[in-house]
Design a protein around this ligand. Structure first.
Ligand code: PMP
Length: 348
């Protein structure tokens, strides 16, 4: 066979990248990926699936879905753009506007990974000691580097807190570029979020996902912003980016709000129980959270991670990004109790 050095063919910015780590690790209690522990009713899934015509392409505009989301959020369909997960929308935004791309760290890793994959300069700026935006440092970058895009995950993954609304506002006002407030975890938050500000700021984009509320399998995210922004981003969107099954299931599930809301309520109350009980375990320092997960500090996270996994409990080891920390997703009450038991046993 002809000898070809594939690595040499790859663009230099891709060569130095590492793939997003989404390995499947066998376990009994899966609390590593910020998913909901509650799936939508499988009988309803079957009912909707039966209607799908597999020989036809999906609706390229996802009209029904956008109409429904528009009604829910009080915006026109032309203010909405659908994505194959919000990951894809991050890709589209950076493809459309380019860099520099500014974001605080630690945060969701895809802002940086996608910037680098597209050959755009990314500027990560550390959060302050309270895990809030370090406004002086961020403002300095805004003035000096004039980022085309700023990504703010609020509530932030993996720290769990909302950033100060005042600081976010300052950035929106100071920036001549686009500010994306990624509200993936907003359904679990007690803060009101940034949707009401859309009418005042043309450079604001709100990003949401269905992944955290029991519909991660659908891969469906959307963003809401001024139609001028959506029109430009729509130029780079692949024509049939959201498949028919996902569109139909999302519409049906979003109409069935009773079940979704009940699940969110349970997760929020379990999160508070989690926090209280984790605080009682010696050697564990949990951080308060507005999301569906809790970040916690321990003495030896690598060892604890392995010990928990041995007991069948999978959490996320964050020791690379935030020294000394693990992140646990809120599961069902039974799963949470299993985690708490495994945690206290492992630390004995
Ligand atoms: N934004 C944040 C802050 C996230 O944590 C995640 C998922 N981990 C996403 C976006 C991506 O969500 P989706 O499943 O819609 O691609």
């Amino acid at each position: 066979m002809k000898k070809i050095d594939i690595k040499r063919l790859v663009r230099p910015n891709i060569r130095s990248l590492r793939a997003y780590n989404a390995k499947e690790i066998p376990c009994r209690v899966k609390l590593d990926a910020n998913e909901s522990p509650y799936a939508w009713d499988p009988r309803k899934v079957a009912e909707v699936s039966r209607m799908i015509k597999t020989n036809r392409y999906p609706d390229p505009e996802a009209k029904e879905l956008k109409k429904l989301i528009g009604k829910r959020f009080g915006v026109k369909p032309e203010c909405i753009l659908q994505g194959n997960g919000s990951d894809e929308l991050i890709y589209y935004l950076i493809t459309t506007f380019g860099g520099p791309v500014l974001y605080p760290v630690p945060t969701f890793s895809m802002y940086g990974i996608i910037s680098r994959a597209l050959g755009e300069r990314d500027i990560p700026v550390p959060l302050d000691r309270e895990f809030d935006i370090h406004i002086e440092k961020m403002m300095r970058v805004v003035k000096k580097d004039k980022p085309k895009l700023i990504f703010l995950s609020s509530p932030n993954n993996p720290t769990g807190n909302c950033f100060s609304a005042e600081k976010i506002l300052k950035l929106i006002e100071a920036s001549k570029g686009i500010v994306v407030v990624d509200e993936a975890y907003q359904p679990f938050s007690s803060e009101k979020g940034f949707l009401p500000l859309l009418k005042d700021y043309r450079n604001l984009v709100i990003m949401r996902t269905l992944s955290k509320i029991g519909l991660a399998a659908l891969r469906l995210g959307f963003m809401i912003a001024d139609p001028a922004i959506m029109g430009e981003v729509n130029k780079v969107r692949l024509p049939f980016n959201v498949n028919s099954l996902s569109q139909e299931l999302a519409v049906a599930a979003l109409k069935d709000t009773k079940g979704l809301n009940a699940a969110i309520k349970t997760i929020v109350s379990e999160r508070e129980r989690f926090l209280r009980e984790m605080e009682r375990i010696e050697g564990v320092a949990p951080y308060p959270s507005e999301a569906n997960f809790i970040l916690f500090r321990v003495k030896d996270p690598d060892r604890l991670y392995r010990k928990l996994l041995k007991k069948g409990v999978l959490v996320r080891n964050m020791n690379d990004g935030i020294r000394g920390c693990l992140r646990v997703t809120v599961g069902t009450p039974v799963e949470n109790t299993a985690f708490l038991k495994a945690l206290s046993q492992s630390l004995k």
